[in-house]
Ligand binder design. Structure first.
Ligand code: UDP
Length: 239
């Protein structure tokens, strides 16, 4: 897990946004993984997933508060959270300002349609090259369509690790594009679900809000976050 911590992006959110905007303007390719404890725990279990994160083309940013805290405990110089939801908003903004194009893959049909409306209404200079819900049978076929469309920004909202695996599988076939797996971000941006109130965000307990709103997440939370804390404590003792 040490190698994952070492690879974490270490600057501020605003620095990362500038880097992304530079990549976007210069038509460079980028793949961003937003990490929470679950990301690290899956990478521990699945070599294929670890490989995808450790690939030199992948940028990994600290999304969850658990990752930021653990990095601090282990003395890795991570500054702050860089969340998938905040990056999604920034990508919409910069895509619009730079008159770029976007493709959406993921979430329910209803949420996806609301995202389409939102982009058409609020981001008129951002060209929507395609949008498809995340419940179709053949996602590889969908990705073949994305290849033909050659969008500048590709948001994939299928949840971890499916979104990252799918992107990584096809990444080599693209010459440009900012690729990012954004989890439940479409649900929030479309207005279907609310993000945790600011006070939860401020005190680093956004995860608690999600657990209260969606108690079925508790098992998933235990399997990733609680086990992650024990793992980090053990790493601290070894250091
Ligand atoms: N989703 C999807 N296809 C699936 C399973 C999930 O499109 O087969 C979507 C789901 O509708 C939601 C997102 O993937 O919009 C996952 O959200 P979740 O909040 O679980 O992700 P997290 O942010 O926790 O990784």
């Amino acid at each position: 897990m040490k190698d994952l911590f070492e690879k974490l992006y270490q600057k501020k959110f605003e620095d990362f946004v500038l880097l992304l905007e530079k990549n976007l303007k210069e038509d460079k390719k980028a793949f961003i993984v937003t990490a929470n404890p679950e990301t690290f725990m899956i990478a521990e279990k699945e070599a294929e997933f670890a490989k995808l994160i450790l690939d030199k083309e992948t940028i990994i940013v600290p999304d969850g508060v658990g990752i930021v805290k653990a990095a601090h405990i282990l003395h890795y110089p991570v500054v702050e959270r860089i969340t998938g939801i905040d990056l999604s908003w920034e990508l919409l903004r910069m895509g619009n300002e730079n008159k770029k194009s976007i493709y959406l893959l993921g979430a329910s049909e209803e949420v996806k349609e609301k995202m389409v409306d939102k982009i058409r209404n609020d981001y008129p200079d951002l060209t929507l090259k395609g949008a498809v819900n995340g419940f179709g049978q053949n996602k590889d076929e969908e990705f073949d369509k994305i290849k033909e469309a050659k969008p500048d920004i590709i948001l994939v909202a299928l949840g971890i690790p499916a979104q990252e695996k799918l992107i990584y599988k096809h990444l080599k076939d693209f010459d440009k594009g900012i690729f990012i797996g954004v989890g439940g971000s479409f649900d929030v941006i479309s207005g279907t679900k609310k993000r945790a109130p600011k006070v939860f965000q401020k005190f680093g307990i956004e995860w608690l809000y999600r657990l209260i709103k969606e108690p079925k997440r508790i098992k998933r939370f235990y399997n990733s976050n609680v086990k992650f804390i024990f793992k980090v404590k053990k790493m601290k003792r070894v250091r």
